[in-house]
Design a binder for this molecule. Structure first.
Ligand SMILES: NC(=O)c1ccc[n+]([C@@H]2O[C@H](COP(=O)([O-])OP(=O)(O)OC[C@H]3O[C@@H](n4cnc5c(N)ncnc54)[C@H](O)[C@@H]3O)[C@@H](O)[C@H]2O)c1
Length: 459
């Protein structure tokens, strides 16, 4: 079905990894977009055309889409005229695994206080939120409207986001599917219109996100809000489980002398399984998998539903961090007094995001055991230094500096940068040339030839 490609007025609330990417992509597609953030520093930088996150292509697209984009600290500047408002604020985990909805509810309250009396508005929840949040957002908006003596003309829909940091623009322009959970057809139709250029691929690809060859049309999945909310958690739990599955098998591969990379290739060729998310290593981190698995386990507990597969995925992931420390103990014998160089602080390459990065847990444990730590990351170093200042951490500016006089190097993020390091020159600068490859990223054979004692995960 071809949809009228009328341009919409859209307000995006929260301009982090999801909100900023979504906002500039929709502006590039011709919609009139206002990105709202309550952090004045963020808004000020964006107004100057400066990206506030490290995400490939975002800075270029900010410039390309500038004519349709504006930034504000105040929802009232754009909301009354908007056709759609997208909630894209953070939903961090509480101490007990439940999701903290404070930011989402604050935005819902502001929406209720700013909504125009007559104009139809679709309120879209793009943040990852527990089941029932669409209803909760509706309730909060209604309460605010009641205070104003209004009923409002709006509909709340759920539109979970599946983008990957590091490939956020690509995933926004060329998604596998767009999921809309809505109770009203009018809301579905507006959102179909908002996504029409993507659904029909009618736009000229931006230079920073070329259309992949053989890319088909994305599926448009419409369902109830509750199912849409659960689709997001099920997707993330499944992907986390796939990684934990191969990590579980990496343990047995190590013991029997098999190579987990060959095993992953052998099973991934089965189309029913697929090759994605089968890289054994130090495990998953980031702002989504850890909190989302915890959140759905919390929901399961609330409903008395056992979720042993998701639980095991979390537990195995935790063990992968421990395995790195155990490998160091075996290789170095004594950790106390050693200097260990950590290569990679971002939770994955092509981002400066360190939230729940494996490096955090591993470094904390090594410091507790009395090691001195050197750290290096091509992009996330400053972010890490700000969040984790420590007297026993040296923040190195090159891989060479990290290696010098260290007893071991541990690669934790598979940055392409590490493929181009002159490793052949580095082993002899170290006190002991032990190399733990937490991502199975480099060639073990080459590293051994360069004089390293190389240890991968499951190989
Ligand atoms: N980061 C990802 O890869 C990803 C992928 C899919 C889904 N998600 C989900 O999307 C949501 C947003 O994630 P993110 O990583 O973009 O978050 P983020 O922390 O990078 O950005 C959130 C932004 O919201 C702003 N904010 C908070 N309260 C506000 C308010 N009342 N008004 C205006 N702005 C406000 C903050 O200042 C911040 O800039 C989360 O629920 C997350 O789980 C994230």
């Amino acid at each position: 079905m071809t949809v009228k490609s009328e341009k919409l007025a859209i307000t995006i609330v929260g301009t982090g990894y999801v909100g900023l990417t979504t906002g500039i992509a929709l502006a590039y597609l011709g919609h009139r977009v206002t990105c709202v953030d309550n952090n004045p520093e963020v808004v000020e930088k964006l107004k100057k055309g400066m990206a506030t996150i490290y995400e490939p292509g975002v800075e270029e697209l900010l410039v390309e889409a500038a004519a349709n984009l504006s930034f504000s600290e105040n929802l009232l500047d754009s909301l009354p005229d908007s056709d759609v408002v997208v909630i894209a604020v953070g939903t961090p985990a509480k101490y007990n695994g439940d999701t903290d909805l404070t930011y989402v509810e604050n935005v819902a309250r502001e929406i209720g206080a700013s909504i125009a009396p007559e104009k139809f508005l679709v309120v879209v929840n793009k943040s990852t939120v527990p089941i029932g949040t669409a209803s909760r957002v509706d309730t909060v908006i209604k309460e605010e409207l009641r205070k104003r003596g209004l009923e409002g003309n709006y509909s709340v829909a759920s539109n979970p986001e599946f983008l990957r940091e590091g490939a956020a623009l690509h995933d926004t322009f060329y998604p596998d599917r767009i999921v809309i959970g809505a109770n009203e057809l009018q809301a579905v139709n507006v959102l179909r219109q908002m996504y029409a250029p993507i659904l029909e691929q009618t736009f000229t690809p931006p230079r920073s996100a070329p259309r992949p060859e053989n890319y088909g049309m994305p599926a448009f999945v419409t369902t109830a809000p509750t199912s849409a909310e659960l689709i997001k958690y099920a997707s993330n739990a499944f992907l986390a489980m796939k990684i934990s599955f191969i990590n579980e098998f990496s343990g047995i591969a190590e013991r029997v002398g098999a190579d987990i990379r060959e095993v992953a290739k052998g099973i991934g060729l089965d189309k029913r399984i697929g090759s994605g998310f089968l890289n054994a290593g130090v495990g998953w981190g980031g702002s989504c998998f850890p909190k989302d698995t915890r959140s759905i386990l919390f929901t399961g507990k609330q409903y008395g539903v056992d979720m042993p597969i998701t639980s095991a995925a979390v537990e195995i992931n935790h063990k992968q961090r421990k395995r790195i420390v155990e490998k160091l103990q075996v290789a170095l014998k004594v950790i106390r007094g050693s200097t260990i160089g950590i290569l990679g602080l971002a939770f994955k390459p092509n981002t400066d995001d360190i939230r729940e990065s494996p490096a955090i847990e591993i470094i904390a444990e090594l410091l507790d055991m009395g090691a001195s730590i050197k750290v290096y990351d091509p992009v996330a170093l400053e972010n890490y230094r700000q969040h984790f200042p420590h007297q026993d951490i040296t923040y190195a500016s090159t891989v060479e500096e990290t290696a010098r006089e260290s007893d071991a190097l541990v690669l934790l993020t598979d940055w392409e940068h590490f493929l181009h390091v002159p490793w052949q020159d580095l082993a002899e600068t170290m006190r002991q040339a032990i190399f733990i490859d937490g991502r199975n990223y480099l060639s073990g054979e080459e590293m051994q030839n360069y004089g390293f004692t190389y240890l991968g995960i499951g190989c």
